[in-house]
Design a protein around this ligand. Structure first.
Ligand SMILES: Cc1ncc(COP(=O)(O)O)c(C=O)c1O
Length: 415
């Protein structure tokens, strides 16, 4: 009997998403014991102090003002022209890098990651990221018949490990013509780490040297999904100046997402922004990525592109949105502050957290530790290198005592 019709490359694919798995387990526990008892630190969305999903109020108001025509019409494949311009302002702010740039509308941040893997690596290539990474990166590589490899993110001074990156890039360039590096910063998922301007400059210098020494190419893909919840908006955006006047051999792509910035997770809107010192590279960026959009999803959600244009072309509305983002940044930070203070008190090791939705704890047996925490009605997410706590989703009054519970479970499982 025929039990599979999947083509050879598709055989055996099954999406086992640990985040959604942990969230489902938390839901069952909430139904049994009530939401006051259960700590649900699984989802990467902002929940308020009552546990309700947050939509920035001004964004909701502006979204509801959109006309039916804006909502239902097709958009150009590459994206609405005003959006493609305005999204660069939203992303770079006053720190737009010097060089040629172009944006392509993508289905959230995920869409741009897909396009970069699809168009800037070959079948069989290895893509590089840090050992703490968002699990979807691996799915995106495997589904495109590429693999994902990692370098150690931090050195023993708890700074970005430029030496490890250099070594891995060089070793990949021995067998590949180019290498795509994905770096999620600022407010990295899952650790909350942010590269400083100096660290980003070091990254650019090191990969430029790798490219020059080997005569090959490096594509630096900077995933900025958490850009608007990482601290002072101008300060945070200074890193983009590291992409000014990029040398031959290095292409930068910055991926912007409205999922978090506009709390529009399900609307699926983002943009990939190419930056190069060479205009021809950007013409090609436009052509090949528009082609892949046509061949993947055609055009994207027009309403949200219009929403971004409306917000960013009205200083008064933008000011309100920025104040609302700042409010939720501070709310998340207050929760993280409690966790970090208590982690220190109970000697729980955490990865240096600067900002963002998540804090990570190294663990050798993350699945078992997370399972053990269910006894205390704590639901957090096991990853390859440890455990992720979504501080964006846990109310402040549930943060007290959480670090100690995690420490207890870690000791119980790992000794
Ligand atoms: C690291 C990282 N990159 C990108 C994204 C973008 O996701 P989306 O496709 O929903 O915009 C997310 C969302 O969870 C993320 O955590």
């Amino acid at each position: 009997m025929i039990t599979s019709f999947a083509a050879p490359h598709a055989k055996g694919k099954i999406a086992k998403d640990k985040i959604f798995g942990a969230a489902a387990a938390a839901k069952v526990d909430i139904a049994k014991y009530g939401k006051e008892v259960v700590v649900n630190g699984t989802q990467g969305c902002i929940l308020d102090e009552e546990g309700k999903l947050v939509c920035l109020p001004t964004i909701e108001k502006e979204f509801r003002k959109l006309s039916m025509t804006d909502i239902i019409s097709y958009a150009p494949i590459a994206g609405l022209p005003e959006y493609l311009d305005m999204v660069q302002t939203a992303c770079f702010g006053v720190h737009r890098p010097q060089g040629y740039t172009a944006a392509i509308a993508t289905t959230g941040g995920t869409g741009g990651i897909h396009h970069a893997i699809h168009n800037y690596t070959s079948v069989g290539d290895t893509v590089l990221t840090s050992e703490w990474y968002w699990a979807a990166y691996k799915n995106l590589c495997l589904d495109n018949n590429r693999t994902l490899d990692t370098y150690t993110m931090l050195n023993n001074q708890e700074r970005f490990n430029i030496v490890a990156l250099d070594k891995q890039v060089r070793s990949l360039l021995v067998r590949q013509d180019s290498v795509l590096i994905i770096i999620n910063t600022p407010a990295h998922n899952p650790t909350g780490y942010s590269l400083s301007l100096q660290e980003m400059q070091d990254v650019v210098n090191v990969v430029a040297k790798c490219a020059k020494d080997t005569g090959k190419k490096v594509i630096l893909f900077i995933d900025v999904a958490y850009l608007d919840y990482a601290g002072d908006r101008n300060e945070v955006r200074k890193v983009f100046t590291a992409f000014s006047n990029l040398p031959d051999g290095v292409l930068a792509i910055v991926e912007y997402s409205m999922s978090k910035s506009f709390t529009m997770y399900g609307q699926r809107v983002g943009a990939m922004i190419g930056i190069s010192g060479n205009g021809e590279v950007i013409t090609e960026f436009n052509n090949i990525n528009t082609y892949t959009s046509r061949a993947t999803w055609s055009n994207i959600n027009r309403a949200c592109m219009q929403l971004l244009v409306n917000v960013y072309s009205n200083p008064e509305i933008l000011k309100k949105v920025e104040e609302e983002r700042s409010f939720y940044y501070k709310m998340t930070k207050a929760r993280a502050d409690v966790f970090m203070k208590e982690a220190k008190e109970c000697a729980l090791e955490i990865i240096p957290y600067k900002a963002g939705f998540f804090i990570s704890i190294p663990s050798k047996q993350p699945d078992a530790v997370c399972e053990e925490l269910h006894i205390d009605h704590v639901f957090i997410v096991p990853l390859a290198a440890g455990i992720r706590v979504a501080v964006c989703a846990i109310p402040l009054n549930q943060m007290s005592g959480l670090a100690a519970k995690i420490k207890k479970a870690l000791v119980s499982i790992e000794g």
